[in-house]
Design a protein around this ligand. Sequence first.
Ligand code: ASP
Length: 343
Amino acid sequence: MTSPQNSSASSRFPKGRRAFPHRDLIGISSLERHEILFLLAEAERYVGFNRQAAKRSDELAGLTIINAFFENSTRTLLSFEIAGKRLGADVVNMYAAQSSVKKGETLIDTAVTLNAMKADAIVIRHGSSGAVGLIASKVDCPVLNAGDGQHEHPTQALLDALALRHKLRERGSDTEDFTGLTVTICGDILHSRVARSNILSLQALGASVRLCAPPALMPAGIERMGAETFHDFDTALQGADVVMMLRLQNERMDGQYIPSPREYRHLYGLTPERLALAKPDAIVMHPGPMNRGVEIESAVVDMDDRAIITSQVEMGVAIRMACLDVLTRRSRGVPGWSDGEWV
Ligand code: ASP
């Protein structure tokens, strides 16, 4: 079995540069371009590792990782759990529905409780923007944001970047970043932490980002993030290299934002005919969960040469392994990581 520990990426990193000085991963907004590329490079070695039959390493043996999920999740929770276990850590999942949060415990009390259990890393998903940052300020170990309200979902943006780069390389490109690419993100931008994290990471990696949504689902002032905004999907698709579709986040809607799912599908659903308005080989992405027949048609999802939705899930495990590995290097005493520096 090939060990994932032989990281050529780490040894290639420029001597003396601060590869990843952060204790936590709260958002893409606090990362620099070279830090994003560093995490992608670290994740690359886990992609091959995960494709082996036996995929268990002992890099994080003896460490305890708590996945504290205050909001529902399927793929993110599973992905973090698999990532921690493949690295040999003890992984414990805490679901809010079964926890004292339902009994009225405050977020800070929950953080203090988790801290007292001496976890070596805590992965948190929470429905309120900023909640993960608040918990991070109350605990002593690295905290990873698995999605906080409408704010950020950094590991999703990182896995999206890794999956996109893999597809480009599969097509013969040797690109490290997305310079010159136009990415159209369409859907419920207003409630989407995936959109926010992706705008930041795609732009940091050189892409131009277009956002498309009905007026009620486009956040006011989002242009300040440097993206171009559209309400007409056909226009937003013209010449796009990548189309990223987002789900309507009904659970975050407190009123009527769209006339009807049927009309939404008519105006913003990605059909094969609509996709033809983008570049001929445009890549299709979706973070999941998908609502087939609403924002995306099955005929598009099933285009194996264009849709990379399954690859996004695969890359998610590799990215989460890389993030858990990198963020625990300091506590594991990995040489050169006392200050987050690779020397
Ligand atoms: N899974 C993503 C998230 O947690 C996208 C979604 O739920 O629509 O934000």
